[in-house]
Design a binder for this molecule. Structure first.
Ligand code: CA
Length: 468
């Protein structure tokens, strides 16, 4: 129970900020990494029980058509944390791990969700994978967060004995960055247990540390992203899965599910269950070959503009306003999380950086009927691949320079029947919208993971040019 005196103090603070009359909810966004659409119980997964993740859906809303802004980690996360298509600000490639490069991340011209929530009195913490810039100026504590426990790069090894590089700025490439110590704010700390459990502990600790103030927790698991590593505690739950890779993946998902359960339990202990918004989703579709995930009926996987690339499992629980047990089938975007939170918390949004998402709450409470989005867009600049989900239709340009294809994902989840020839007017309309959106974008501003070699050559040249 919140102490009345603390409520009073909070009220006085809000009054001073001109925000009286609002009891702001706590906010938790839980992001899994490379967990695909079909590998959670609420989307029909049969071999990996996810009872705690399922509880979010059962006690809230399951989104059956949720899309992220990009089919790989970095840009998808950049969209989530800014509420804007990352293609607008040039974050259109997976960043390399480069602690010396201030351009390799979310540009400082963008505001994060933590930045805007700070303005209305929130304390924010991020636990787990950052992947939005390894340079000191792009560290979570420089981007609105008050607490960080995690790693700066795009992935991490899970066993503490493999984390042997103490100072993360000394990691020289992506693969070394997977072996650094964990950062607690700026301080390297030695992990002592399976990394997913470390992150769950830190999340619970953060919640318990802020029972009296409105908080925002971004619990950003790097699991079940490769490398496939799990401990016996979780592996032992899956004796019936014969494929050892799938068994390890299942164990990794199960560890995440335990962590979600512990977060929900912490809310119950603090009597915060009712007034806390909890969202769960994955950052992109499953890379089936890399981590033995299973995209089920979806076509393609991580990296694709097919549904398997950027349609993800997503659920939201907020008992204070949203009734339990709903399935929301209209297309929604991970961008909507920022817009929903901003509306709920009265966080100010700069006119220069309009959000691309929609406040979902009126749609979930039934105040607004219909679909939140006219269109949800995707561009992959380097590959010149595109997708647009508009209403019941989806326009796809799966290969550079090819004619657009048209599908009805609501009837044809596997995108098997191209309807372009049957509906030329729809194709034309969606193409016009796609062109208009594309015209608002800029080119990528940094050389991503795919360009490691080119970037290393550029850096060498730069050093030679500046040598005395
Ligand atoms: Ca990912």
């Amino acid at each position: 129970m919140k102490h009345p005196f603390s409520r009073c103090l909070l009220g006085l603070c809000l009054l001073a900020l001109g925000l009286e009359g609002a009891e702001r909810p706590n906010l938790i966004v839980i992001l899994a990494d490379d967990l695909c659409y079909a590998d959670v119980g609420f989307n029909g997964c049969e071999d990996i029980p996810t009872p705690h993740i399922d509880r979010i859906a059962a006690e809230g809303v399951r989104f059956s058509s949720a899309y992220v802004t990009y089919p790989v980690c970095g840009p998808s996360r950049a969209g989530l944390i800014t509420g804007r298509y990352p293609q607008r600000f040039g974050f259109e490639r997976n960043p390399q791990y480069r602690p010396g490069d201030p351009q390799m991340g979310v540009p400082l011209s963008e505001e994060t969700l933590a930045d805007v929530l700070k303005k209305v009195g929130y304390t924010s913490g991020v636990v787990g994978k950052w992947h939005l810039g390894a340079h000191a100026s792009l560290h979570p504590l420089e981007r609105g967060f008050d607490f960080f426990f995690g790693h700066l790069g795009g992935g991490h090894r899970y066993l503490p004995e493999e984390l042997v590089i103490r100072r993360s700025e000394e990691a020289e490439d992506e693969w070394q960055s997977y072996r650094t110590w964990i950062l607690r704010d700026h301080e390297p700390v030695a992990a002592t247990q399976y990394l997913t459990d470390e992150f769950s502990d830190a999340a619970v600790e953060f919640i318990h540390a802020h029972p009296e103030s409105p908080f925002f927790l971004f619990l950003s698991y790097n699991a079940p992203h490769a490398p496939l590593q799990a401990t016996e505690r979780y592996l032992a739950r899956f004796p019936e899965i014969e494929n050892p890779r799938r068994r390890t993946y299942a164990a990794m998902v199960s560890a995440v599910d335990d962590g979600v359960g512990r977060v929900l339990e912490a809310l119950r202990e603090l009597d915060l269950e009712e007034d806390t918004l909890v969202v769960f989703l994955s950052d992109n579709g499953g890379p089936e070959a890399a981590n033995a995930s299973d995209n089920g009926p979806l076509r393609g996987g991580k990296g694709d503009v097919w549904e398997g690339g950027f349609r993800v499992p997503m659920a939201l629980r907020y008992p204070a306003a949203v009734k339990a047990g709903k399935t929301f089938s209209a297309p929604v975007s991970a961008l909507d999380i920022f817009a929903t939170i901003a509306a709920l918390s009265d966080a100010p949004i700069a006119p220069a950086r309009p959000l691309d998402g929609v406040n979902l709450l009126p749609f979930l409470t039934g105040d607004h009927a219909g679909s939140p989005h006219e269109a949800i867009y995707l561009r992959k600049f380097d590959q010149q691949q595109f997708a647009l989900r508009g209403g019941d239709f989806k326009l796809v340009i799966p290969e550079r320079g090819t004619a657009p294809k048209l599908f009805r994902p609501d009837q044809d989840l596997g995108e098997t029947r191209d309807l372009a020839a049957a509906h030329p007017a729809v194709v034309s309309d969606l193409q016009t919208r796609l062109d208009a959106w594309t015209a608002e974008l800029i080119d990528p501003v940094f050389l991503g993971l795919m360009y490691r070699r080119e970037a290393a050559i550029n850096e060498k040249k730069k050093k030679q040019n500046t040598a005395p």
